[in-house]
Design a protein around this ligand. Structure first.
Ligand code: AMP
Length: 173
């Protein structure tokens, strides 16, 4: 049951700073059956979308992006924090729920027009995933789907996302 899965996510108040309730997914992913179910839910959503690449956002996006790419038979593209990628990059700066940050992608990560599913663990204000989508568009990708394990609805992040992409979040708060 989806509700039983959701119960495995732990709330940590005032992390990483006062006023933020951090959704801790480590308590879900350490449960093998629960982790498998989460990936299977994602797979069911996207198995018919002809996804060429899963683009995962550092770092918790990788936890879900890698097994999902494997299951879909898609390539895995990593969107990283600055200074980590070795070849030529595109870079974008953006606002977070708590602070500012930047993301990078290899300029040659994706061939023009390829169908991409973007994945991260959680949608809060939408700043992170919006930046990721802009980076992907810069390198010529066609973002057709965006997936999260958790969506914090009150922050209205979904309003920032590209309208033409299929949005899926497993759990809403
Ligand atoms: P945002 O850019 O505001 O949508 O923030 C999303 C990013 O920040 C994701 O990569 C999350 O991992 C992280 N994040 C933001 N808020 C929380 C939260 N309340 N609990 C856990 N992670 C969060």
């Amino acid at each position: 049951m989806i509700e039983d899965l959701q119960k495995k996510i732990r709330d940590i108040p005032d992390f990483p700073k006062k006023g933020i309730v951090f959704k801790d997914i480590t308590t879900l992913i350490k449960d093998g059956a629960a982790f498998q179910q989460v990936i299977d839910y994602f797979y069911e959503q996207f198995k018919n979308e002809q996804i060429d690449y899963v683009a995962a956002i550092e770092s918790r996006g990788y936890i879900f992006g890698a097994p999902l790419a494997y299951k879909l038979g898609a390539g895995l593209v990593i969107i990283r924090k600055p200074g980590k990628l070795p070849a030529a990059v595109e870079k974008i700066e953006y606002d977070l729920e708590y602070g500012t940050d930047a993301l990078e992608i290899h300029k040659d990560a994706i061939e023009a027009g390829k169908r991409v599913l973007v994945i991260d663990d959680l949608l809060a204000t939408g700043g992170t995933v919006c930046a990721a989508c802009q980076l992907l568009e810069k390198v010529g990708a066609n973002v057709v789907a965006i997936a999260f394990m958790i969506e914090l609805k009150d922050l209205n992040g979904a309003l920032k996302l590209p309208r033409n992409a299929k949005l899926f979040s497993l759990f809403a708060y």
